[in-house]
Design a protein around this ligand. Sequence first.
Ligand code: ADP
Length: 339
Amino acid sequence: TFEKFRKTSRVSVDIGGTLIKVVYSSVMDDELPEEKNGQKRKYAYEDGKRVLVNFKKFTDLDRLINFLREVWTDRKAGDVIHCTGGGSYKYSEIIMKELGVRLQRTDEMRSLIYGVNFLLSTNVDESFTYHHDAIGLNKFQYRPIAADLIYPFLLVNIGTGISILKVDSPTSYERVGGSSMGGGTFMGLGSLLTPAQNFDELLEMANKGDHRNVDKLVSDIYGGSYDELKLKADLIAGSMAKCNRFGETPKKQVHKPEDIAKSLLLMVSNNIGQMAYLYGTRYNLKRIYFGGYFIRQDPITMRTLSFAINYWSRGEIEALYLKHEGYLGAMGSFLDEEG
Ligand code: ADP
């Protein structure tokens, strides 16, 4: 590890309903190899020195504080920790006390937009469209965008819950909607309905499952497609509707957790896709960026969202994903000077 050659110079945290995201910069005294995992490293520069921007997530505050104590060794009383998300209110006292620094809060929506704006305007490979039927790396098509063409767009941030923002410029935006059926719902119901022990296990299960064993499809009801309404045979008519055991005594659960997890993931992401499409049309926006830690660049999630947007808009609206999907707020707070 190269930690010993680094000096932390700037720290921001985004404390949400589930995860704590940290962005921190390290000034390099020594040079790191030019490549990491086959990709060229990107540096920023501060006073002529190379600065590396790091991204990390935590599931609890104690771990975050221990980590920051370890990497931010030369912090002083006057130093600032940038902070956003609900925890920037709830935990401000503890953070200041434990780290002995000042806390500068950035509004959550402002952080999100600042983050997206910065990432889109500086990173050519930040945003991409997803094409499930393409082969290998062709599934991901990068969509660099000129700084003057970025606005307007719709931002759908899928965290514990969902926020939907109509964004006209870095300083002009509005939270136009949201939903409580987001990543927290997927995890909560997944934890109730399957033996999965964490998010990754649940997602892995979903990727192995077959939802047709638990969902009622149009074909289960009509015997085939329902042509008058142009409903295809394999369309989901009722999520988890095959799990109904009312009338059976004793009730027997006959479904595989993998199938339930898949159905759950489809239910949540189909719903988000349809909602995103409706907001996109309502405000006449042609690009929808999806952010938040829920996405995890998962193939089922991205396929479902892209399919919904493409299908309903007849190809008029584009669903775009972001490489730093989970760190938009933390990134924006990191950059914010005013607080
Ligand atoms: P928030 O700011 O509300 O915490 P995030 O954007 O961090 O929102 O997303 C949280 C969601 O991300 C969780 O509800 C869960 O669905 C998903 N998620 C992805 N990976 C993980 C993980 N390793 N641990 C917990 N949740 C995860």
